[in-house]
Design a protein around this ligand. Sequence first.
Ligand SMILES: [Zn+2]
Length: 271
Amino acid sequence: MLEWGPMPVTLGHEVGGHLDDGSPVAVWPLVACGTCDRCAAGEVSQCRTGPGQVYGIGRDGGMADELVVDEACVVPLPDGLDVGDAALVEPVACGVHALRRAGVRSDHRVAVVGAGAIGLGAAAAARWMDANVDIAARHPTQRQAAEQIGVGTDPGGEYDVVVDAAGTEAAIAKCVELVRPGGTIALLASYWEPVAFPQFFTMKEPVLVGANMHGRDATGTDMEAAARMLADLPEVPRAMITHRFPLERAHEAFTVAADRAAGAIKVVLEP
Ligand SMILES: [Zn+2]
């Protein structure tokens, strides 16, 4: 997003912090309109107002000392999740959302392609759901982080659900290779460029499931589930947050964050 040039809003859609009364929270950055047909259907991630209503994208976000958010966007942190790790709730909730939409169950084999923060978060969430999980990592630090969070690192054989957390053509090809006939491919990545599917991929009849941000189901919100997972599995934030910088050093933080090969997974800015 920085490469688009100066943004009209303060960035930061992955946010944790304290309320005025001192209680630790994460922020659900999605502000759904609540009135369109998709909101009425309970699918707030499909809200027709789109990303213009998201804190840090269309509205001022969290890279600031203070941020005013709608009360409905406040997610209290469960015991066991430190406020300094709460910025992970949002990206992990994206993975929870994709896994829910893909119908992941505890007897499933799940593969994740791409081991950045989004992929690792999805793999950790699938493990938390008691699925059997392998993740394809490109860089040594990513592989190390995957081992720390307790998931396999060499996908092989067939999987009931395969998650694309990379967004490249090679990743899509890998997903089609790994999915079992009739299995599900969850498209969790952001596709910054068009991607082609491999020839004859429909011979496996995969179900393709798109996933956008996060929502809720009968059991609660994806944000709440992500917060519980991070509290239940403290090794996940330990593995995923590789760097911390004060807000004044944001420029340096972004430079470090862009260099995946040098070992950055998630870089946290602290006001
Ligand atoms: Zn709506």
